[in-house]
Design a protein around this ligand. Structure first.
Ligand SMILES: Cc1cc2nc3c(=O)[nH]c(=O)nc-3n(C[C@H](O)[C@H](O)[C@H](O)COP(=O)(O)OP(=O)(O)OC[C@H]3O[C@@H](n4cnc5c(N)ncnc54)[C@H](O)[C@@H]3O)c2cc1C
Length: 412
């Protein structure tokens, strides 16, 4: 299906057709999730914070055998080379279980790091870091956020420094909420190489191997979510020296590269969370259509119907925004339209998925609050998505600024 319409004084054509081979991958991913992943999810209750490598290895082996492993990477890294539109279709299927993305090797933060390494990494760095990551032999983390007054919603507050030393760089600073840090083979670390905290430039990305002297994991942070593998940790860089050849890309271009990672990574998060929204709605429908009350089924009661309908609308609208943004990212991942759309889609899907899961909990009554079904887990998981990858408020602020600026320019 091709839709053309006028947008912002320009004609835009959006190609939504799902190729047969992508539809086939989506069907195979859905089968894997239903037959292999969900039984494991029910057994481990979706709790991945302990980072049980045997669970990861078993699920990933099943995904390899099903031919749906690391579908987003190009064939030279063992993947299937799906573009963003293809990813939108299959990641939603993987996201139908909290463990699906882990199985198919499209979970955060590795999936975003793979994309970054593929786009920015030199051939040597891709061979050393991307290849084993794409194969599922290693895990990684992305270390940007710092305790106050350092980098958070405003990355320009970056306070971690990298200072030139003979043959390399010495990194000093503290990072927290670093997902997957425990057990990761390496971290992609943002550090300031010029300017001072508050400056818009001067950041550089470094690849720091686990075990490098001065790279210390100081604590695991207890959080309401439990679904990201190995949880979230606080790490310290204390005179941690890395060689020159472990600079990712060019010195002082770190903020630019962060956008290369974040615009697509935000959208792939939306794709996966759409899967959980659909699962929550299915659980609620299973209950509402079988639970009898007041002479009929819950699904026959008007206020329950309203919740079911509103969730269906949220799911459909989320999918439409994801596909639209995926199309834009496929045209150009770095243009401002793609960033603007991915910001809006992130806000909408994070809040829509939260609403869907919240309604599903309500429809299921006490069962929804219990751990007997996974809804209460999803409720905790999906709440955090309104904070990471940019809080909703920060995106709204940036969206409004861009739209106002455009309006002023056009009207002037
Ligand atoms: C589960 C989870 C996993 C994470 N994983 C990682 C990771 O792997 N790597 C990493 O580097 N970081 C990670 N983070 C950190 C995440 O990126 C930050 O939490 C996020 O960028 C916000 O920064 P902050 O928490 O310092 O909030 P702050 O910057 O202190 O902001 C606090 C609040 O202020 C409000 N606010 C901020 N800006 C504006 C604005 N412009 N207008 C209006 N209100 C505003 C928002 O409500 C915001 O929530 C993770 C966080 C969570 C919760």
């Amino acid at each position: 299906m091709i839709i053309s319409y006028r947008e912002q004084r320009a004609t835009v054509s959006i190609e939504f057709t799902v190729p047969d081979e992508v539809a086939d991958l989506a069907a195979r991913t859905a089968t894997l999730v239903r037959e292999v992943v969900i039984p494991v999810e029910i057994r481990v209750r979706g709790a991945l914070h302990d980072g049980d490598e045997s669970v990861r290895a078993k699920l990933q082996q099943a995904a390899r055998e099903a031919g749906v492993f690391c579908q987003q990477m190009p064939p030279e890294y063992g993947g299937l080379g799906l573009d963003m539109r293809g990813q939108a279709v299959v990641f939603e299927q993987a996201g139908y279980s909290l463990l699906g993305p882990l199985a198919t090797n499209c979970a955060a933060p590795d999936e975003g790091n793979m994309h970054l390494l593929e786009v920015v990494g030199s051939p040597v760095l891709r061979e050393r870091y991307l290849k084993p990551l794409a194969a599922g032999d290693t895990r990684s983390c992305f270390a940007m956020t710092e305790p106050a007054p350092g980098a958070g919603a405003d990355p320009r507050a970056l306070a971690t420094t990298a200072t030139r030393v003979a043959g390399g760089w010495r990194i000093d600073g503290r990072k927290w909420f670093i997902s997957g840090a425990r057990g990761a083979a390496f971290a992609i670390v943002m550090a300031r190489t010029s300017g001072v905290a508050g400056d818009a430039g001067g950041a550089t990305m470094f690849l720091v191997d686990a075990g490098t002297p001065g790279f210390k994991l100081v604590r695991d942070i207890d959080t309401m979510d439990q679904g990201l593998f190995a949880g979230h940790s606080e790490i310290v860089f204390d005179e941690c020296v890395v060689p020159d050849d472990q600079v990712l890309g060019e010195v002082d271009r770190g903020f630019e590269y962060a956008q290369v990672r974040l615009a697509p990574a935000r959208l792939t998060h939306c794709m996966r969370w759409l899967g959980i929204a659909r699962r929550a709605q299915d659980i609620a429908l299973g209950y509402a259509t079988t639970r009898k009350a007041f002479g009929g089924y819950l699904a026959d009661l008007g206020m329950v119907q309203q919740q079911i309908a509103d969730s269906e609308i949220d799911i459909e609208a989320s999918r439409a925004m994801i596909y639209r943004t995926a199309w834009q990212l496929d045209q150009s991942a770095t243009d401002s339209a793609a960033g603007h759309l991915s910001s809006m889609t992130k806000v909408f899907v994070a809040e829509a998925a939260y609403r869907v899961v919240d309604r599903s909990v309500q429809i299921c009554g006490a069962l929804g609050i219990s751990e007997d079904v996974l809804l209460s887990r999803y409720f905790r998981e999906v709440r955090a998505f309104r904070v990471y990858d940019g809080p909703s408020d920060t995106h709204r602020w940036a969206i409004a600024k861009r739209v106002s600026r455009r309006h002023r320019t056009v009207e002037a």
